[in-house]
Design a protein. Structure first.
Length: 267
């Protein structure tokens, strides 16, 4: 199977093999990567983490787990501009620097192996974690507790002064949603670093992993435009128009489609 097929097959397992699926995403960008070897190597990290955890009930070990990873030099990648290495899981494991979602994926896999209850939260702008039933969230970069007031302040920093915190922002998410977000992150990072072919792989995967948004189709349309593929660009613009319910944006999409139809096709 191809790395993409292997990734999707991981999601079909019960329960889904989230961490392995994320490694197969990385393998799409690094053909030398062998996910099964990394899965075995993770056992050493598991032992290092377990040896530093306090003697507490499992449901109280999520924050100590994150703090232990921090002690082992796992930190947020602060590269400027941001680099794809912060979202490619094998490089995060090697360099111990990554985006919050990548660090969360490592923590979730270790928690699963150590039978510590922990789940992902698809919070806008910054991926977070939670213990089911707890009254707070956890920052994957060090384990800081975030209560309702902290989450409201974080949301305002991410989305601006008119954003309102709702219960939906604090819900746990499934494996597919996490991998779709990881793919969106990689798409943006590869675009930012002027690698449209790599970004196109991620854009295609985004559309396979869950319900696509208007923005997802527009992102792929922009990549096809950059790569001079007008027929493929037209397809995504049409899909975006079907999904769009904002009148002003629908007018813009319609005008873009008309301009594209008036241009000579290259393919």
């Amino acid at each position: 199977m191809s790395p993409r097929q292997s990734c999707l097959a991981c999601l079909d397992r019960e329960p889904p093999a989230l961490f392995e699926a994320a490694l197969w995403i990385a393998a799409e960008h690094d053909p030398a990567l062998q996910p099964q070897l990394l899965l075995r190597e993770l056992h050493s990290l598991q032992q290092l983490v377990a040896n530093g955890l306090p003697d507490l009930p499992a449901r109280e070990l999520a924050q100590p787990l994150l703090r232990r990873l921090n002690e082992l030099d796992f930190h947020e990648d602060d590269a400027s501009p941001p680099q794809p290495r912060g979202a490619l899981l094998h490089l995060v494991l090697r360099q111990r620097r990554g985006q919050p979602l990548s660090l969360a994926l490592i923590a979730l896999e270790l928690a699963r192996r150590l039978e510590i209850p922990l789940q992902g939260v698809n919070f806008p702008g910054r991926f977070l974690l939670r213990v089911p039933g707890a009254d707070h969230l956890l920052d994957p970069c060090g384990g800081r507790r975030l209560y309702t007031r902290d989450c409201r302040e974080l949301l305002l920093r991410q989305l601006g002064g008119h954003a309102e915190l709702t219960a939906a922002h604090l819900l746990g998410c499934d494996a597919g949603a996490m991998l779709q977000r990881l793919s969106r992150n990689l798409r943006q990072l590869h675009q930012l670093n002027d690698d449209p072919l790599a970004a196109l792989k991620d854009a295609e995967r985004v559309l396979q992993l869950g319900p696509p948004s208007v923005a997802d189709h527009l992102a792929r349309a922009d990549l096809y435009h950059q790569l001079d593929c007008p027929q493929a660009e037209r397809f995504d613009l049409q899909r975006a128009l079907l999904l769009c319910d904002e009148p002003a944006q629908r007018l813009q999409l319609g005008e873009r489609l008309r301009r594209l139809s008036a241009s000579p096709a290259l393919h």
